[in-house]
Design a protein around this ligand. Structure first.
Ligand SMILES: Nc1ncnc2c1ncn2[C@@H]1O[C@H](COP(=O)(O)OP(=O)(O)OP(=O)(O)O)[C@@H](O)[C@H]1O
Length: 460
């Protein structure tokens, strides 16, 4: 049966063109022109994939994604943006999007992304966390290539992974989005004594309060409306193996209590059940670095934090270890060449200069996407400036200019503003664009924050 794609774009000619293209590629397409119609259509049919524009007349694409995540958690999502604005894109990934594509859309790139998203969504169906979601028992150790990097910090991270992997210790991985937290967790699992058992991953940030307990611990038939059959939770599915809890800081407080019990007593109870089930699961959790604030604000339990944090692993943003970029670049290019059946040899010196200068807010994931997209567009042996998003070139140039102004010691105002803009952007990303929290952390009121967002043209 063809898979269903919901296309949401208010530009009629683009919407029609895109829908026709997807139909030609054997998808069943439902196209709508606003968020309201998109949400209305969900009550009739749950699509396998939603392909939405960022700029919509009634609600922006990110808000729409939030709504869809609640109403149709199994639908995979791809955001299309005009801006090749990686900050919007990073946000969309945090909201559970599989990927983002930039307009003008390249048909081959789109098809590749759509197919990958659909493949992944069949693997990780949230409502049916069958064994398929975990890597599966008896799985042989994969041939995943963990790139270490040359810098001292990167080598230390690798040593820590090797040291902690064979132990029973719970690990808390800290790092910005895209720094490789899940990748490191899988590496720890694969280097551990549990490597032949299951590895399951749960994105706690994407779970609603209602879903969280059932997803982790399972439920019995009739436990709540919609619980039509008994369901195993990820703890049971990962029994004997490793459970990776991504964005653990976002777990609802009540569920934190149950998680603590699972860790302390090694027992879980399904929602609606009165029977305990013994579990033996190693927990690797990950979060952004604002955990301390969450604890201060009593949104995260200190006792649970200590339980999870038997060993802490900090992953460094790519911009702070730019010397490692070359190695990742070579690796991602090899991956892209294999996937796209190409033989691209490398990047031009100009592209290399841009890569070295750019701030990579989306970290390794962003680099991987940029390389993969460039490889797709590139018809020659070397990736040039034309193959990478122009925003990368522009941003890296302005950073270069600011850096040179600051080294010359003039334009103090410009330097201060640049720093202010960067700080606001970073804090916003860390608090997942919650403006009240951002204003609190920045120690300014919300009106001042809004004024600064407008001044610096930050889309939040
Ligand atoms: N050490 C590594 N070697 C090779 N590739 C890596 C490594 N670390 C990360 N990657 C690549 O970077 C991508 C992003 O990594 P990952 O999904 O683990 O990031 P993350 O920190 O968990 O992101 P998020 O917080 O947004 O969930 C992965 O798809 C993987 O391909």
């Amino acid at each position: 049966m063809p898979q269903t794609i919901l296309v949401v774009d208010d530009d009629p000619s683009f919407n029609n063109m895109l829908s026709a293209f997807l139909k030609r590629n054997n998808f069943h397409v439902n196209s709508v022109f606003s968020s309201a119609s998109a949400l209305a259509s969900l009550s009739e049919q749950t699509p396998d994939l939603v392909l939405t524009d960022f700029k919509l007349p009634d609600m922006d694409g990110l808000e729409l994604m939030r709504e869809i995540k609640d109403r149709a958690p199994n639908a995979s999502m791809i955001l299309m943006t005009n801006y090749s604005d990686v900050r919007t894109a990073v946000k969309s990934i945090q909201l559970g999007a599989f990927e983002f594509v930039t307009k003008p859309v390249n048909p081959d790139e789109l098809l590749l992304t759509v197919n990958a998203a659909l493949k992944q969504s069949t693997k990780s169906d949230i409502n049916q966390p069958s064994e398929a979601k975990s890597l599966g028992k008896q799985k042989a150790v994969s041939d995943r290539k963990y790139i270490v990097g040359r810098g001292a910090k990167a080598r230390q991270t690798w040593e820590h992974i090797q040291l902690v992997a064979p132990t029973k210790m719970g690990v808390l991985i800290l790092g910005e989005s895209g720094t490789g937290k899940e990748y490191a967790a899988k590496m720890i699992h694969e280097s551990s004594k549990r490597s032949n058992e299951a590895f399951a991953a749960v994105d706690c940030g994407a779970l609603s309060k209602e879903l969280a307990a059932s997803e982790l611990f399972g439920h019995v038939k009739g436990a709540f409306t919609g619980a039509l059959a008994d369901k195993k939770g990820q703890f049971e599915l990962a029994n004997g193996g490793t459970l990776f809890l991504d964005e653990v800081g976002n777990l609802p407080y009540e569920v934190q209590v149950q998680l603590l019990r699972a860790l302390q007593e090694k027992k879980i109870r399904k929602v609606g059940s009165e029977k305990d089930i013994d579990v033996n699961v190693r927990i690797i959790a990950a979060t952004n670095e604002r955990m301390a604030e969450a604890i201060d604000e009593q949104q995260f339990r200190l006792d649970l934090y200590h339980r999870l944090n038997e060993f802490e692993l900090k992953l460094i943003p790519l911009r702070e270890r730019i010397g490692d970029l070359d190695e990742y670049l070579t690796h991602f290019l090899e991956e892209a060449n294999a996937e796209l059946e190409k033989a691209i040899k490398g990047v031009s010196p100009e592209v290399n200069a841009v890569f070295q200068q750019y701030s990579w807010p989306g970290n390794l994931r962003e680099l991987r996407n940029v390389v993969r997209r460039a490889a797709l567009l590139c018809q020659v042996e070397e990736i040039g400036l034309a193959h990478i998003p122009s925003t990368l070139v522009e941003e890296s140039r302005s950073e270069e200019q600011e850096a040179s102004a600051s080294t010359n010691g003039y334009d103090l105002k410009n330097m201060q503003e640049h720093r202010e803009k960067e700080t606001i952007e970073r804090v916003l990303m860390e608090v997942r664009y919650n403006k009240t929290k951002a204003a609190e952390l920045l120690n300014i009121d919300r009106t001042t924050l809004y004024n600064k967002l407008a001044k610096y043209n930050i889309k939040a």
